[in-house]
Design a protein around this ligand. Structure first.
Ligand code: NDP
Length: 255
């Protein structure tokens, strides 16, 4: 085993990736599997492409249809994982949605939907996994998907519900990190800037043109550029890192 593998390797770990059927979740699921973890994808509409890619890479993965906003659905998924894999060591709470709307255009139902998936969904998954880790003495790692939008207000598009949900994810992360530290469970968040994925592929060109001067690196990030910080947060060698928010944004939030 190489020196790097002894630090960042995930062999023998069971890693959940919510929203791993496409986008950032798919890339991180592949990264975790390449590092040796058995990966379990949770989302609503399938993950055939991700499973196929991981199989081609020689990794192990399976899919369980799950809605992260529904406690019963998440509990059933956790029970199935324990039955099939015997443990839950790493959770990447990645599933999320964004609505570009002004506050007066958005309905209260729109606001609730975004908060329900991005914040309450992450809470439901973290809580269910944390309970299992505590009961079984698993010194696990939970990584919550936040965003630079949790610390800044994006322009020119308005997305109040999204920004508020991601700011709350960062502080929920700190709260869980402190509460579960005595159990050896680490809880961190990651805050990407603009990353090229299907979520952002629908973005109109005039928005992209408006963003570029605001990003000191003048480009969007690649989902693959999130793999190294994710491996760091997931691995046991990061034993003293908890409650952190790792920002990966091409220096956007420096301005
Ligand atoms: P995508 O839209 O490509 O993927 C979102 C994933 O979330 C899908 O797999 C979707 O699967 C899943 N999902 C949505 N709702 C639910 C639900 N209720 N239950 C289970 N799964 C659900 O988005 P990205 O890959 O771009 O984004 C992933 C995460 O990264 C999000 O949290 C996003 O906020 C965050 N992020 C993205 C950035 C970007 O620039 N792309 C920047 C910063 C943060 P399905 O619909 O099948 O359920």
């Amino acid at each position: 085993m190489s020196y790097i593998d002894t630090i960042f390797g995930l062999t023998g770990k069971v890693a959940i990736v919510t929203g791993g059927g496409r986008g950032i979740g798919q890339v991180i699921a592949r990264g975790f599997a390449k590092a040796g973890a058995e990966v379990v994808i949770l989302s609503r509409s399938g993950a055939d492409e991700t499973l196929e890619l991981i199989k081609k890479d020689g990794g192990k993965a399976y899919y369980i249809a799950t809605d992260v906003t529904k406690e019963e659905s998440v509990d059933a998924a956790m029970a199935e994982i324990l039955k099939r894999s015997g443990s839950i060591d790493i959770v990447f709470n990645n599933a999320g949605i964004c609505k570009h709307q002004t506050t007066l255009e958005a309905s209260i139902a729109d606001f609730r939907e975004v908060v329900d998936v991005n914040l309450t969904g992450e809470y439901i998954v973290a809580r269910a996994a944390g309970r299992i880790m505590i009961e079984r003495g698993i010194k696990g790692s939970i990584i919550n998907m936040a965003s630079m939008s949790g610390g800044i207000v994006n322009v020119p598009q308005w997305q109040c519900s999204y920004n508020a949900s991601k700011a709350a994810v960062i502080h929920m992360t700190r709260s869980l990190a402190a509460e579960w530290a005595e159990h050896g469970i680490r809880v961190n968040s990651i805050s990407p800037g603009y990353i090229g994925t299907p979520m952002s592929a629908d973005t109109p060109q005039e928005l992209r043109d408006a963003w570029m001067p605001l990003i000191p690196m003048h480009r969007m990030g690649k989902p693959e550029e999130l793999i190294p910080p994710m491996l760091y947060l997931a691995c046991d060698a990061a034993g003293y890192t908890s409650g952190s928010d790792v920002v990966v944004d091409g220096a956007y939030t420096c301005l």
